[in-house]
Structures are given as structure tokens and as C-alpha cells.
Design a protein around this ligand. Structure first.
Ligand code: SAM
Ligand code: DTB
Ligand code: SF4
Length: 323
């Protein structure tokens, strides 16, 4: 069976996706690239900049996360940033070629009050700069999602992280259903959905495919799908995991691209460990967005100089700012 038609489907099963994932790499890349070209410019990659607006001390126990209060990782706990430094960081991100500014908070969930109001001001300020604004703040109620939408939020990031079956091995303080509920609230508020996961946590390929099947069952598909390679952080339960095989990352990205042809597939955490050649294969496989800047939320990321050199070496362009 060939999937080069790239029709939008919501009935992908983990098994069908597995068959695609396991194709000879050349065949997989050809199919992914053919679909990619139907919906995207193959020479352009979006740069997004992350900023941790509230770092550390999170009550959740996500086994990969340096910001969980359950683990001793050396990440200092800090309060919510003020508006001015956030907008300054957004201005700098724009100057460095990013078109999306993503603000992350180490919260289990949003609470109404002064802090949430401040985040709404941040969203308004980022949008006024002509950037897409994304937030990732933990669980949201329907009302909170609507207020973010009214403030002009472009996207909300809430990852499924892994398959429903493997999820409990990694996180015990909230359920898969909790995650899907928040995503539903985001969708209902008219804010675009950014949802993906992490590979390299000890899950099987079947779990990766299971997660893609759940994402692709959403109608519409999440507009953006971050694929993270675990950044093992000392002190977390996953701190000793071996590095992800770059070819497995390429296969995951290609399968995500085939399952969700129109979505932005973001090559997210873990780029520091990848060679230029491996990143080139990820772009070939259909990744068309990256996190730019020398820091993700708390861990390092290739800085602007390295990415500019990468784009130059590959002859790729950064996506232009939205008008
Ligand atoms: N607290 C909010 C939440 O969990 O929804 C937002 C911030 S949280 C850090 C955002 C995402 O970052 C997580 O869902 C996870 O997929 C990713 N992440 C966190 N730590 C990571 C790590 N060490 N390696 C790769 N991805 C990671
Ligand atoms: C996503 O999927 N990856 C980003 C963003 N969404 C918020 C976060 C990666 C975090 C990596 C670990 C850290 O820097 O703390
Ligand atoms: Fe908290 Fe988010 Fe980290 Fe989980 S991933 S511990 S919710 S900051």
C-alpha cells in the first residue's frame, strides 16, 4: 500500500502506522517527502523561541522533567516573570528570525488570579509584536482556554507525551484523559493545538505509533506536533536513559508527517545531540519547525549561530514573519 496521496485521515491505527514506520528508510523518506511537498514548502523551516516564564517547583511527577519538585535536579524554583522582560525576550526572538514565541510555565494547572492575568498580558504583548503566541501552562478549564483565545493566543501546547498504555510508567499525578480534556478545551476556544510527545523514555515503537494514532484521531489534527527526543536530566528517573538513535527520530518524524500531512512537525528537544546530517534527514522526513535559541526551557539548545550555519549549509530558509 502506498500513502503518497497524503489524504487527511483520522482512522490511523498503531498497526498501520507501524508498517509505515518500519519501511526501508529510503521508501519511508520518499513517502514522507512526497506528502510533505503537497502541503508545505520543503525548503523552509519555522523558528520558534521558547521562554520559561515560571521555572521549577512543579507539583507534577513527570519522570522526564527537570522542573518537577519530586526530583533533585539543580533547577532553581522561580516566580512568574514580569511582563517587561518577557516582551524583551520576544522582541529579541523576532530579531533572530523566530515567528512564534512560546511561553512555558511549570504549573500543574492554571489558577485564576493576578498571575493568569499577567500571562494574558504577555499573550497580548507578544501578538502586538507581530509574532505567533503559544503557551504551555498545564491543565486549563474551558473558561481559561476561552480567555487565552480572547487575548489572541495562537496555539496552546499540551503534549500527550507517549501512548495511553505507557503513560502511567512516566506520570502518575494526572491522567491521559486529563490531557485530552485540556486539548478539547483549547480546540473549543478556537486556539490551535500543539501536541506531541517524547521518544527515548524506554517506550516501544508500538507506543510511539499508539501516540501518533491518538493525535491523528483528533479532528482536525493538531496544527503542530512537537517530536522531542528525551533530554536525560540527572536527578530525574530518566536521567540515565541512553541517547535516542537519530534514525529512530527520523522514522518517528516521517511517520508523524505521513499521519498528519498538514501539521507543522516540530523537531523539538534533543537537537544538541544531533549532527547536521541527522537534522537534514529530519527535515527530509518532514520536520518543518524547530526551537531556536540557546535554551529550551531549562536545558541547552543549539544557539542562533549554529542554526544559522546549519540553515546556510543546507540552503534552507527560515519562515518569514506573518503579516
Ligand atoms: N507544565 C506544562 C505541562 O507539562 O503541560 C508545560 C511545560 S512542560 C516542560 C512541556 C513539555 O516539555 C512536556 O510535556 C514534555 O513533553 C517536554 N519535556 C519536558 N522535559 C523534557 C525532557 N527532559 N526531554 C524532552 N522533552 C521534555
Ligand atoms: C515541547 O514539546 N517541547 C518544549 C515545548 N514543547 C514546551 C519543551 C522541551 C523541554 C525540554 C527540557 C527543558 O529544557 O526543561
Ligand atoms: Fe510540571 Fe510540566 Fe514538568 Fe510535568 S512536564 S513536571 S507538568 S513542568
Amino acid at each position: 500500500m502506498t500513502h503518497t496521496q497524503g489524504e487527511i485521515r483520522h482512522d490511523w491505527t498503531a498497526e498501520t502506522l507501524r508498517a509505515i514506520h518500519d519501511l526501508p528508510l529510503t521508501e519511508l523518506l520518499f513517502q514522507a517527502q512526497s506528502i510533505h511537498r503537497q502541503h508545505h514548502d520543503p525548503a523552509t523551516v519555522q523558528r520558534c523561541t521558547l521562554l520559561s516564564i515560571k521555572t521549577g517547583g512543579c507539583p507534577e511527577d513527570c519522570g522526564y522533567c527537570p522542573q518537577s519538585a519530586h526530583y533533585d535536579t539543580g533547577v532553581d524554583r522561580e516566580g512568574l516573570l514580569d511582563l517587561a522582560p518577557v516582551l524583551e525576550a520576544a522582541r529579541q526572538a523576532k530579531a533572530e528570525g523566530s515567528t512564534r514565541f512560546c511561553m512555558g510555565a511549570a504549573w500543574r494547572e492554571v489558577r485564576d488570579g493576578e498571575q493568569f492575568d499577567r500571562v494574558l498580558d504577555m499573550v497580548r504583548g507578544v501578538r502586538e509584536l507581530g509574532l505567533e503566541a503559544c503557551c504551555t501552562l498545564g491543565m486549563l478549564t474551558e473558561d481559561q482556554a476561552a480567555r487565552l483565545g480572547e487575548a489572541g493566543l495562537t496555539a496552546y501546547n499540551h503534549n500527550l507525551d507517549t501512548s495511553p498504555e505507557y503513560y502511567g510508567e512516566i506520570i502518575s499525578t494526572r491522567t491521559y484523559e486529563d490531557r485530552l480534556r485540556t486539548i478539547g478545551h483549547v480546540r473549543k476556544a478556537g486556539v490551535t493545538v500543539c501536541s506531541g510527545g517524547i521518544i527515548g523514555m524506554g517506550e516501544g515503537i508500538g507506543d510511539r505509533m499508539g501516540m501518533l494514532a491518538v493525535l491523528a484521531a483528533q479532528d482536525p489534527h493538531p496544527e503542530s506536533v512537537p517530536v522531542n527526543a528525551l533530554v536525560p536530566v540527572e536527578g530525574t528517573p530518566l536521567g540515565e536513559r541512553p541517547p535516542v538513535d537519530p534514525i529512530e527520530l527520523v522514522r518517528m518524524i516521517a511517520t508523524a508527517r505521513i499521519a498528519m500531512p498538514k501539521s507543522m512537525v516540530r523537531l523539538s528537544a534533543g537537537r544538541l545531540e544531533l549532527s547536521d546530517e541527522a537534522q537534514a534527514l529530519c527535515f527530509m522526513a518532514g520536520a518543518n519547525s524547530i526551537f531556536a535559541g540557546d535554551k529550551l526551557l531549562t536545558t541547552p539548545n543549539p544557539g542562533e549561530d549554529r542554526d544559522t550555519a546549519l540553515f546556510e549549509r543546507l540552503g534552507m530558509a527560515s519562515m518569514a514573519a506573518p503579516v
